[in-house]
Design a protein around this ligand. Structure first.
Ligand code: SF4
Ligand code: SF4
Length: 98
């Protein structure tokens, strides 16, 4: 009886791991086709998103009229969304790669 219960537990654990892995792969595939875009009219140039991106996709640009943020290396973007979590102005979005 104990043996049978342990078998069921192992099956459940196996199924959970399989679902978790499959969902991870699905999310990874979805992200691979996306990249970051700046909605310029919403951006204040605060630079929080630049600090948040460990892939150095974004850069702060200084001009005579102020600061803004530009996408420097869109190829490096993993679409992780970390920068979006830091933006309070709704100035970042993920778009399909062209
Ligand atoms: S966090 Fe948002 S508002 Fe600030 S620079 Fe980045 S995109 Fe612009
Ligand atoms: S989505 Fe991730 S990799 Fe892409 S710019 Fe934002 S923080 Fe960087």
């Amino acid at each position: 009886m104990t043996f049978r219960i342990m078998n069921i537990v192992y099956w459940i654990i196996g199924a959970v791991i399989l679902v978790w892995f499959t969902m991870g792969m699905y999310r990874h595939r979805q992200r691979r086709n996306k990249t970051i875009r700046i909605i310029e009219e919403n951006c204040t140039g605060c630079g929080h998103c630049v600090k948040r991106c460990s892939h150095r996709v974004l850069e702060t640009v200084k001009t005579e009229t102020g600061m803004y943020v530009a996408v420097k290396n869109s190829d490096r973007c993993t679409a992780c969304g970390n920068c979006m979590g830091k933006c309070k102005f709704n100035a970042l979005e993920l778009i399909e790669k062209i």
